[in-house]
Ligand binder design. Sequence first.
Ligand SMILES: NC(=O)c1ccc[n+]([C@@H]2O[C@H](COP(=O)([O-])OP(=O)(O)OC[C@H]3O[C@@H](n4cnc5c(N)ncnc54)[C@H](OP(=O)(O)O)[C@@H]3O)[C@@H](O)[C@H]2O)c1
Length: 276
Amino acid sequence: MTKKSVLITGCSSGIGLGVAEGLKDRSYRVFATARQATDVARLAAAGFESLQLDLADSDSIQSAVKEVLARTGGTLDALFNNGAYGQPGAVEDLSREVLREQFETNLFGWHELTRLVIPVMRRQGHGRIIQNSSVLGFVALRYRGAYNASKYALEGLTDTLRLELAGSGIHVSLIEPGPIASHFRENAFKAYQRNINPQGSPHQDMYRHMEARLTRPGPAVPFTLPAEAVLKKVIHALQSRRPRARYYVTFPTWLFGFLKRILSSRLLDRVLIKIG
Ligand SMILES: NC(=O)c1ccc[n+]([C@@H]2O[C@H](COP(=O)([O-])OP(=O)(O)OC[C@H]3O[C@@H](n4cnc5c(N)ncnc54)[C@H](OP(=O)(O)O)[C@@H]3O)[C@@H](O)[C@H]2O)c1
């Protein structure tokens, strides 16, 4: 039997790496992509079919897909859209350019990649598209506006796509993790240092707390789970005859999903504003 093929973005660390390893262990043919050449080499040394794919770069997306299809003979069973980063900063401190960069990687790159894969899946009559969203795709937290916006947009685009692909044999699922151990905060801190100037911002004091949270070693919040928690849901979305539209991962996702349903926006804000 031929192995099921899956293309994954953002495999240098965290969830992407954990899911790539977990699927390889389960005999999937994993195309584990990363944007840095050193990570591609590391993944190749670990036994993956690894390719360079930078979601902020159209040429890189297109050549990676071309190469994958050349290797598979024009088929691809599944796409796990995962590579992304969090741009911290108060909404009023985000320049248009910084917000655009967040969307280039977290949304437009995913969309371009997905559009390249859909015709392949249509031709073969089946496929799974799994979008790694977030609890922050349906509730907002302060100083995460750019990331929140990118994940809310992803949820909207994905819900529409699911409706449009109904009956095509292509199933589309969203994964909504809460806190997962990864390099996410480390990478968010770099984006903060690169793009936000706390001096003179009305949020200057809050930024000190945020810096402490982003640089704290170990899990920043309770209920943090390892990447395997996401892997379990990805496996269900890949293998189930009826994959779910949404997979919640971690207690905070379930809690906020519940609170969002039962509370008014005013009351929900009172809860969310307490979270730093
Ligand atoms: N960790 C959490 O608590 C959490 C919760 C909810 C959702 N998520 C979602 O989970 C996904 C993975 O994040 P993670 O937690 O595993 O964080 P991570 O360890 O920082 O991994 C993020 C991955 O995305 C890659 N990436 C960033 N920009 C990219 C680009 N332009 N092109 C291609 N890849 C790029 C990173 O590559 P580099 O190493 O080159 O930067 C890295 O491989 C993201 O979609 C994130 O929004 C995470």
